[in-house]
Unconditional design. Sequence first.
Length: 284
Amino acid sequence: MSGRSAVLADFLRSRRARLDPVEFGLPKCNRRVPGLRREELANLAGISRDYYTRLEQGQAHQMSDQVLKSLAGALRLDDYERTYLARIAHTGSTPTPRAKEPTPISDQVLTLLKNWSHVPAYVFDSNQDVIAINEMADILNPGYRMYGDNIILGAFAVLRDFPEVENYTQTARITVAALRFHSDPENPRLREIVGELSVSSPVFRRMWAEHDARPLTEGTTMISIEGSEMVEYPFQILEVPGGFFMAFWPVTDGTRAFDLLAHLRETKMTGRPIRGSLRGWPAG
């Protein structure tokens, strides 16, 4: 069973388990496990029970667009989940061969990162390895250096140290979903990260097993700067050429977050160049 087939099988089982039989006019009693039975889901999707069973057993099949669409409808997947299902099922195409070496970031992206020195900004890949980071982002996120310049490793390290902060739990959850959505199930670096966190964090194991898969485009994080109160900072994430992503913090003039960043610019920044390019394996 390939890594991709196993991920597809796990995803199908997890989405089937969350379906309520009552909503489909089916009896809820005498069920050993949550959700619909395999034959019930297969009937809803208009495919044979044996075929669907093989999918959940990790026996690789190239699903047609029609079968994929029927399964997505029967499982009541949202748009993000449909996109994820199509990608891990490789419908209509064969997997793109992975490069032997990380793809470099374009000079244009690095120039943009350098020119955004007045706001925290950094570039990362589909495995959430930070590839390049400007000085202000480095000042605000020292944990990236401490935990191997990886966003999700840093997020769970912070959650471990501050489990009572609700925002950190939410940040960890959406970071897990983004890692699953963008990364290649057969990428060795992904397996390394998932393996490390699965051993060190019961919270990660639980979140990863939920199979939530959706991109991360924006959000907020809570940070204390030089002993200040916890302040909420917004962030935005953009896709950039080469299969990378750029995160930046667009704080609004007149807010406490804006004032604290202005203080950092005046007292902490030295004008050093961006740090990078570091390791990175883009999506695809």
